[in-house]
Write a protein that binds this ligand. Sequence first.
Ligand SMILES: [Zn+2]
Length: 329
Amino acid sequence: MIRLRFFALFLIFSAVFFSFSTTEAAPQKTIQSIRYSGRKWVKVNDIANFYGMKVYIKDNTLMLYSRYYKAVFNTKSRAGSFNGVKLHWFFLPFQYKNAYYISEQDFLFLLDPLIRQRSLKGRPVRTIMIDAGHGGKDTGAIGVNKKKEKDITLAIALKLRRKLIKLGYTVWLTRAGDTFPSLDRRVALWKGARPKPDLFISIHCNAAANRTVRGMETFAVTPLNVPSTADKKPVKNAYPGQSFNKYNTLLAYSIQRSLIKNLPYSPDRGVKHARFYVIRNVSCPAVLIETGFVSNWAECTRLSSDVYQDKVATAILRGIINYSARVKK
Ligand SMILES: [Zn+2]
C-alpha cells in the first residue's frame, strides 16, 4: 500500500471541513490511495474525513453522507446517486483489508465537483450555444405518433433561447430552422462564434426498440482512462471537452436534477458519460440532454405538445441558472 500525501488538496479541503464539522476531531491530513489493476484508488474513510462526512455500509450499498450531501455507491453496479439524482460512476468501489476504495477519477471528476461546487467558481456563463439535434435530411428518431425528433429538439431549443435571452444571456444556435449542419459544422460554429460560448447544450430525444423504455438522461463527455456508461473499456483518446471534466459534471448534474424535479412524469435515467461528437470536441463545458423517448407513447405524446416542450425548456433553463450561480466569480 502506498501512502500519498495530498497537501494541496488538504489546504483546499480543510476550510470546507471546518465549516461543516461539529466534531472537535482534527481532520486527517492524508488521503490514502492504493494502486490496483493499473489505477489509483482512494480510501473512502479518508474522503469522508476530508469532507466531514460519514460512511455507511450495508450489503452492497456504500454511502457517504452529511447533513447536506449523500453519495451512494453500489459494490455490484456502477449505477449510484448523488443527493437523489441518479449518477453512473466510472468504476465499482471495492474492499481491501477492511477498507473501501473508489477510483481516483470517481473522486476527482464526479464526487469532488459535486461536494465542493463553489470550488469551480471563476468561469462565469454569459454566452450559451444551444444545439438542436438533427435537422433537414436527418430526421433523428421518428416517434410512435410519427413526430420527428428534429422538430421536437428545434422547438425546445427555440423556447430555451427565448428564456435565456430574457435573462440577459447571449445565445447562439447551431441551427434555427429545419437545416442540417453536420456534426463537424456544429463544432466549427462553436469555434467561430464571438463572443465565445461558455456552455454548449445539445438537445435530443431518445428511442428504443422496447416501447416501455422511458425517462430522461444527461450526458457529459467521458474523461480519459475511464469507461463510458454503456461500456467497460476505458477511453484511451484525449478530447478537448475533457479539459472541463469537473464543470461537465456539475453542469450535467444541475440539468438532470432540474429535469427530474420539474418534470416528474418522466423517470430519472441519470447523469451518464459518452463520447458524442459535439460534446467531446467543443472547448467549453458541454452536455447532451436526452429529453425523453419518442418510442414510448406517453413520452412521445408529451414531447409533441407545445406546453410540455416549454416545460422541458424551463427545466433546462433552471439547471443552467443553478450551474451559473455556482461558477460565477
Ligand atoms: Zn438524437
